[in-house]
Design a protein around this ligand. Structure first.
Ligand SMILES: [Cu+2]
Length: 98
């Protein structure tokens, strides 16, 4: 009820899709130096503090997120993890190379 019905895909979207949703890019990180729940919390917090970043999952050694390339560079995200005290690398192949 009240959703937006797309007659092409036959999908009813319950929440309006914004321009940001279309341009969000996925980023998968391999993170070294994480060893416990505290590390997960610290990485998650560092990522969530960035504008234009939506965190999907943080586990020991990995994180998955989406970011808006208009307001945020992948390098900023790696830097934020480094500032929190961990070493992050992009996982090749996730979300395409750019
Ligand atoms: Cu820890």
């Amino acid at each position: 009820m009240g959703g937006i019905y797309d007659s092409y895909t036959h999908v009813e979207y319950l929440t309006p899709i914004t321009l940001e949703d279309f341009r969000m890019e996925k980023l998968e990180l391999a993170i070294s130096g994480m060893s416990c729940g505290h590390c997960i919390g610290a990485v998650k917090q560092a990522l969530e503090e960035l504008d234009g970043v939506s965190v999907s999952r943080v586990e020991i050694g990995t994180a998955e997120l989406s970011y808006d390339p208009v307001v945020r560079k992948a390098e900023d995200i790696l830097d934020a993890v480094a500032d929190a005290g961990y070493q992050a690398e992009r996982v090749a192949g996730a979300g395409g190379m750019s």
